[in-house]
Design a binder for this molecule. Structure first.
Ligand code: C2O
Ligand code: CU
Ligand code: CU
Length: 549
């Protein structure tokens, strides 16, 4: 019967080809899925690198932060008044952006005081939430530091006072409320504090070297607070991290002193630029697009021993440097942040901004330039000759990984390290997780002894308070601590990638008189009065760092 064959062999001749077809279809589907994933991965990876090279129309004059007014009281104390406030600012978004500022709607004025001067800053808050104001890079008593323990509540005034006791330098201030630092800085709370050289009897060779440097504020001595931001379509600041970012927000818009697309009219043959990386997470690799050399004259903590010619300045978040740039009459020169080797694996580097290119600022030289003096050959500041290595009395190791230092997250009630006043120590700091971290220590300026056993690069041979951590390579710091003792008020050390800091990558040290003890735990203020603060006080409950709206 013609119909018998199929029933005689019910499966073999018909199902085998069917199974093959099914297997082939499954194989095809898998191949398609893999191809789509690979393509998507490639697209995501490719889009992970950002470039604004040649796309920024430098059409706004660079804003210069105003100098903060001050008065000198009868006892010689120079007094500043700062008010943290809310406002709206034109950040080039076609309408006002809600922002925070100090004595204004965005960023704050530049404070200036001389080495040796006594200062007081009356910090008032008209914010709707608790914050703090920390003097980054300043040597001062811990209770004046403005860290997470010196909270300023809405409507309150906090008045730290101290005597400036360190070389002339470009320092800065910013909030440091535990768990909210990234948010408060991102929305605009930051400004510069310039320590000026001492005069008269106390002045040394480094102080004197400043006389031969460009020093006309806003003319040939120009601060550049560099920050990357991103925006929602309606103009509000957007602090959402890009896809796969482990460092938090990486913006596509660079603001300099709050100015988008800025140009600076240069009227002198040389201009000194005081650079601050005020970004939350982005490491900057600054250089001019024409590859010209600049003279690096100062690092975080003041002048170098002599000018260093270089075409690149790397600044991790919180870092400062001062450079002197020569210009030709009538020319234009563009400062750019170039792609860089962050030392991580390529995927982490890509999603941490390492491959990004961002145009920063255009210098526009006038057709006739006022003459500038020659740069001094020596600056008499800090250099390759590191003093006192043999005098180090302790070595401490700090291992950064995940959201922890030495396996612990920030606990405001825990004293992690006790240091003797005036002691010199070696701190060995290592980022262990192949991610982007840096390391900042309050109250001190340190020397970088070596990085992975090798001499530090030229741009790390001066005083630093913040240093990028090459992943997996130990950075050894020689740190001399101050004389201000306080066994129950700690200073901080932490990663200055602000999201990491907020998540708890921070520890606390106290400075005590030699031979004195400090408690293992201290009282922390009642957090019930500080909404948005870490209720557990132990860093286990990091708050959302996204803006709340
Ligand atoms: Cu710039 Cu602990 O801070
Ligand atoms: Cu600091
Ligand atoms: Cu970090």
């Amino acid at each position: 019967m013609p119909t018998a064959r199929p029933t005689a062999h019910p499966t073999a001749p018909t199902v085998r080809p069917r199974r093959r077809r099914r297997l082939a279809l499954i194989g095809l589907a898998v191949a398609v899925v893999v191809a789509v994933l690979v393509a998507a991965g490639a697209i995501v990876f490719a889009r992970g690198a950002l470039s604004t090279a040649g796309q920024v129309t430098f059409d706004r004059e660079l804003a210069i932060p105003p100098l903060a007014e001050s008065r000198v009281e009868a006892d010689g104390t120079r007094v500043f008044a700062l008010e943290m406030q809310e406002g709206t600012t034109d950040l080039g978004q076609g309408g006002p952006t809600p922002t925070l500022g100090v004595n204004g709607s965005f960023l704050g004025p530049t404070l200036r005081a001389e080495r040796g001067e006594r200062v007081r800053v009356d910090v008032t808050s008209s914010l709707g939430e608790t914050s703090t104001l920390h003097w980054h890079g300043m040597r001062l008593p811990a209770a004046m530091d403005g860290g997470p323990h010196q909270m300023v509540d809405p409507g309150q005034t906090w008045s730290p006072t101290w005597t400036i006791d360190q070389p002339a330098a470009t320092l800065w201030y910013h909030p440091h409320l535990h768990g909210r630092t990234a948010d408060h800085v991102y929305r605009g709370l930051a400004g510069l504090f310039l320590v000026d050289p001492g005069q008269g009897d106390g002045a040394d060779a480094a102080d004197a070297a400043h006389d031969d440097l460009p020093g006309d504020y806003g003319v040939d001595d120009v601060p550049l607070v560099i920050q990357d931001k991103s925006f929602h379509p309606d103009g509000r600041l957007d602090d959402a991290p890009p896809l796969f970012s482990a460092v938090g927000v990486l913006g596509d818009t660079v603001l300099v002193n709050g100015t988008p697309g800025p140009y600076l009219d240069v009227t002198t043959e040389r201009v000194r630029l005081r650079l601050l990386n005020g970004s939350n997470a982005r490491v900057l690799n600054l250089g001019f697009t024409d590859g010209r050399d600049v003279a690096l004259i100062a690092s975080d903590g003041g002048l170098l021993s002599e000018p260093v010619r270089t075409d690149r300045i790397t600044l991790s978040p919180g870092d400062r440097a001062e450079i002197v740039v020569d210009v030709e009459p009538g020319e234009r020169a563009v400062l750019r942040s170039h792609p860089q080797d962050l030392g991580t694996n390529p995927v982490t580097a890509r999603f941490s901004g390492g491959d990004d290119t961002l145009d920063v600022l255009e210098l526009r030289a006038a057709p006739d330039l006022a003459p500038s003096g020659d740069l001094p050959a020596t600056l008499a500041g800090a250099g390759a000759e590191v003093p006192n290595v043999a005098s180090a009395t302790a070595t401490r190791a700090f291992s950064l990984s995940g959201q922890s230092i030495n396996g612990e997250q920030m606990d405001r009630g825990r004293i992690d390290e006790v240091v003797e006043a005036g002691a010199t120590e070696i701190w060995e700091v290592t980022g262990r997780d192949d991610m982007v971290h840096n390391f900042h220590v309050h109250d001190v300026q340190f020397h970088v002894l070596d990085v992975g056993g090798e001499a530090p690069p030229l741009d790390l041979q001066g005083w630093q308070d913040t240093v990028y951590l090459q992943p997996g390579r130990t950075t050894r710091l020689l740190v001399t601590f101050g004389e201000h003792t306080d066994p129950t008020t700690p200073y901080m050390y932490h990663c200055h990638v602000l999201l990491h800091e907020d998540f708890g990558m921070m520890g606390q040290f106290v400075v005590v008189a030699p031979g004195d003890d400090a408690p293992e735990r201290i009282e922390v203020p009642d957090d019930a009065t500080h909404p948005g603060h870490d209720a557990a006080g132990d860093g286990t409950g990091p708050r959302r760092t996204h803006l709340d709206h």
